[in-house]
Write a protein that binds this ligand. Structure first.
Ligand code: ADP
Ligand code: DAR
Length: 343
């Protein structure tokens, strides 16, 4: 493929960090699992409005294509892969995340998720059809072993009726379908085969299988009890780690398809009603920037907010531990609520 041409208004990390020289240097390389630079950058090439624009295809991608990926990682996470090493800490006893909304007036619900991928398998963008089915089999078997409040059922997407699917998505439990960024990266191949959702009786614990990552392990509940949501997630991840081996790198932490989800691969979010701040987005964004918070819409990434309700979560996932990320989110949310009260 000749050196790609980007539209003049392209602002993705890919178009800012790829150069003709770097492309010439990396274009003929291939990982042991057969992943190439053209595959790595395809999503950003086909979607010039990408924020990042690259998806790794296996653990080796992060080493072989480091001359392109390291600057993207450094810029997004403020973490230097060449000098720093990620630290993980999911011990709930270390969490300092006071309930930001004790009166229950602003936070509708709290959700904390981590992404995980199986060691020895390619990442989703490079999974063959049979490998994806084997991943689904290994993960659903491991989920069957969960007991207590984590006990539940795995529901393959194949065969799920459209009404059930639509209701789970509308209720914020199931992943959306047809994301064009994932499509371009090859993450939607053979859809819906090998994909599914596990959840316990009250949907406070869920696992997405073979969406963007091979697992999205999710703890969520109404209200703002970040500590209880975190503790449930920590217990679930420990239980699954006894059954599954996850792709982990000494420098980059847990490995994921998208470089934004490295390290903790954690997104700790609240659905929060902030109608007054919503009318002063400059102030809203200024507070979020100070606490490294990201604003998403009511249905997550690439969606809009509705009724003054926003999805506010930690932006950094690498070079920060899980307890630090959740604590950072809690403190930022508390300041947003204080500001909303003053408005
Ligand atoms: P991810 O969190 O895995 O990166 P998305 O941003 O697309 O993916 O969000 C996935 C789903 O989780 C969406 O339906 C979104 O509305 C829902 N969600 C995110 N945060 C919360 C929350 N605090 N409470 C309830 N649902 C949430
Ligand atoms: N949409 C892609 C990925 C951005 C981060 N979100 C993920 N990984 N879901 C982009 O480059 O904009």
């Amino acid at each position: 493929m000749p050196y790609p041409t980007f539209p003049s208004d392209c602002s993705s990390a890919l178009c800012r960090h790829l150069s003709p020289e770097l492309y010439a240097r990396l274009k003929d390389l291939k990982t042991r699992y057969g992943y190439t630079l053209d595959q790595l950058i395809r999503s950003g090439m086909e979607n010039p409005d990408s924020s990042i624009g690259v998806y790794a295809g296996d653990e080796e991608s992060y080493r072989l294509f480091a001359p392109l990926l390291d600057p993207i990682i450094r810029e997004y996470h403020g973490f230097d892969p060449e000098k720093e090493r990620h630290r993980s800490d999911m011990d709930p006893a270390h969490l300092d995340a006071p309930d930001p909304d004790p009166e229950g007036k602003y936070v509708l619900s709290t959700r904390i998720r981590v992404g995980r991928n199986l060691h020895c398998f390619p990442l989703g963008a490079n999974l063959a059809r049979r490998e994806r089915l084997i991943v689904e089999c290994l993960v659903s078997d491991a989920l069957k072993s969960l007991g207590g409040d984590l006990a539940g059922t795995y529901y393959p997407l194949e065969g799920m009726d459209d009404a059930t699917k639509a209701r789970l998505i509308e209720d914020h439990f199931l992943f959306k379908e047809g994301d064009r960024f994932l499509e371009s990266a090859g993450l939607n191949r053979d859809w819906p085969e090998g994909r599914g959702i596990y959840h316990n009786h009250d949907k406070s614990f869920l696992v997405w299988v073979n969406e963007e990552d091979q697992l999205r392990i999710i703890s969520m509940e109404p209200g703002a009890d970040i500590g209880r949501v975190f503790e449930r997630l920590s217990r679930a991840v420990s239980a699954l780690e006894r059954k599954l081996s996850f792709a982990y790198d000494e420098r980059l932490g847990y490995l994921s398809s998208c470089p934004t989800n490295l390290g903790t691969a954690m997104r700790a979010s609240v659905h929060i009603r902030l109608p007054k701040l919503g009318e002063d987005m400059e102030t809203f964004r200024e507070i979020c920037d100070r606490y490294e918070l990201q604003i998403r819409g009511i249905h997550g990434e690439h969606s809009e907010s509705e009724g003054g309700i926003y999805d506010v979560s930690n932006r950094r996932r690498l070079g920060i531990t899980e307890v630090e990320a959740a604590g950072e989110m809690a403190r930022g949310v508390r300041e947003l609520i204080e500001k909303e009260k003053r408005l």
